[in-house]
Each structure stands twice: as structure tokens, then as C-alpha cells.
Design a binder for this molecule. Structure first.
Ligand code: ARG
Length: 268
């Protein structure tokens, strides 16, 4: 009797392990306290989708930087590096799952130093299999160079199709919010007990009401005057006054991006 109860418990726990879906940080949260924007205002915004049984599911944000090059977060593509065909990029649309144009992903360059534990070097460059048609709704943004100076308090725009509250539901339409750059020391102090804010990270907050990126926005753009300065990476909760949003500091990776674009160009 005792034994059969144990067996049942084991079976139940095995079936749980099998049936619980892989934690999916894509449907937990979108830009918090943002406002709807038309894609024409942020034509560099792209969406990364992954193949699922029923079609394609929103996975992350992404950013157009060249006619075949799209940046995103390494944590968004980690599981797909050897299977880029399970991913596609949607551009030129203000809605999360419809409109615009989609392009297959042919190559994924994920940063060699990316760490799932520290979330350092959270950047990846994807190559689309075809050249993207540029226009009013699809256009590249320039990438901050290694010398780019980003003073504390600088205003920036973050955008995406992610959730509108922590563990809330995803936005059907593109949202954007104005945030300001937070000093490295203030951010490091906020996260002291949780994580290290490395030199490859930059933090930003929005206030009155609190504004932030959220789940599903990862990989998306943080832009200052049409220059890409950050990629949505992580945060404790979303729009939590005590915890800034953390972004990959793009200027820090400008040499890496240049090198990968060169590899893309020479390998076709
Ligand atoms: N990791 C999240 C994602 O995969 C992004 C979280 C950003 N969070 C924040 N509070 N800024 O979509």
C-alpha cells in the first residue's frame, strides 16, 4: 500500500515534469505605462517569433540595424542557435502578430560570453535569409559607437509588444515609453543584493507613472535621438520603483557588432 502510494506520487511528479511547459518569459509582461505608437515612429522595431505547433508565437523584440541584420538579446535566441529556422523576424507592423512582412532567420550570432546566470553580454545578431525592403515602416537605426557618451538623465524611448504589467498580458499593439538613463552606481546599489550591474549593462527608469519594459520586450530597442543605446535585457519585476530596467549597453558591443556584420557580409 505504502509502496503503491509512492509509485503514484512518482508517476504524478514525472507527468508534471513532462507536461509543465518550459517556462516562457514571453507572455508575462509588455511595456508598462507606455502608449500605443505607430511603427512609423519606431520603424527599426522588429518582433522575433518562434515556431510553435499552431504557427508562430511572439518571443522577443528585435532591432533592425542593416538590410539583413537584426539585433536582439542573447537570452531570446539561446535555445535556437543551431536551429535558426525555428525563428522568424517580423517588421513593419504595429501589431504583435499580424501585418508587416516576415523574414526567415538564417544565422544566429549569439555573444560568446553570454551567461544565463549573470546575464552579461546579452546580445545577439541575427541574419535574415533575404534582404529586407526598407520604407516608411521598416528602417534601420544607427548603433551607438564605442565612444558614444550617455550622460545620466538622458531621455530615451523603449518600445515593444511585451506585457503591460508584471505577469500581465501582452499588448496586441506596439507600445512605447519615455525613460531616462540611470547612473551606473545608483543602479548597482539598487541591485546590490540581486545581481552585478556590469559595464556591458545600462539602466533606465520612467516615472510618474512608473514606466518600464517588461516580459516580451526583451531584445527590443532603447533609443536616444535615433541612436540605439540599449537592448531590453532584464529587471526585477517591471516598473518597480526600486529596480530600474536593465539593458545591454550597445556602445560596449559596437566592435563585436561590427565584427559579426563583417562575418555576415563575407559568408553571404
Ligand atoms: N527578460 C524580459 C524578457 O525576456 C525583459 C524584462 C525587462 N524587464 C524590465 N523590468 N525592464 O522579455
Amino acid at each position: 500500500m505504502q509502496l503503491s502510494v509512492e509509485i503514484i506520487l512518482i508517476l504524478v511528479s514525472i507527468s508534471c515534469v513532462i507536461t509543465i511547459p518550459v517556462p516562457d518569459n514571453t507572455d508575462l509582461a509588455r511595456i508598462v505605462n507606455g502608449e500605443p505608437v505607430d511603427i512609423k515612429e519606431v520603424p527599426y522595431q522588429a518582433a522575433l517569433r518562434r515556431r510553435v505547433l499552431s504557427g508562430w508565437a511572439h518571443t522577443c523584440g528585435a532591432v533592425i540595424i542593416t538590410s539583413r541584420g537584426v539585433l536582439t538579446a542573447a537570452h531570446c535566441v539561446e535555445a535556437f542557435v543551431s536551429q535558426p529556422s525555428l525563428l522568424r523576424v517580423a517588421v513593419g507592423t504595429s501589431s504583435r502578430l499580424t501585418g508587416g512582412k516576415t523574414y526567415d532567420v538564417s544565422v544566429i550570432h549569439s555573444h560568446e560570453g553570454f551567461s544565463t546566470s549573470t546575464l552579461e553580454h546579452d546580445i545577439a545578431l541575427l541574419s535574415t535569409s533575404k534582404v529586407m525592403d526598407f520604407g516608411e515602416t521598416v528602417a534601420p537605426v544607427s548603433v551607438a559607437s564605442e565612444h558614444y557618451v550617455l550622460p545620466d538623465g538622458t531621455g530615451a524611448i523603449v518600445s515593444g509588444f511585451g506585457t503591460t504589467s508584471y505577469e500581465g498580458s501582452s499588448s496586441e499593439v506596439l507600445q512605447a515609453a519615455r525613460v531616462s538613463i540611470v547612473s551606473q552606481s545608483v543602479c548597482a546599489r539598487a541591485y546590490l543584493r540581486i545581481a552585478n550591474i556590469g559595464t556591458g549593462m545600462v539602466c533606465a527608469v520612467g516615472s510618474n507613472p512608473p514606466k518600464d519594459a517588461c516580459q516580451g520586450d526583451s531584445g527590443g530597442p532603447l533609443v536616444v535621438r535615433n541612436v540605439l543605446v540599449g537592448i531590453v535585457s532584464w529587471g526585477e519585476g517591471c516598473a518597480n520603483a526600486n529596480y530600474p530596467g536593465v539593458y545591454t549597453r550597445v556602445s560596449e558591443y559596437s566592435p563585436w557588432i561590427r565584427q559579426k556584420l563583417e562575418v555576415m557580409r563575407t559568408s553571404g
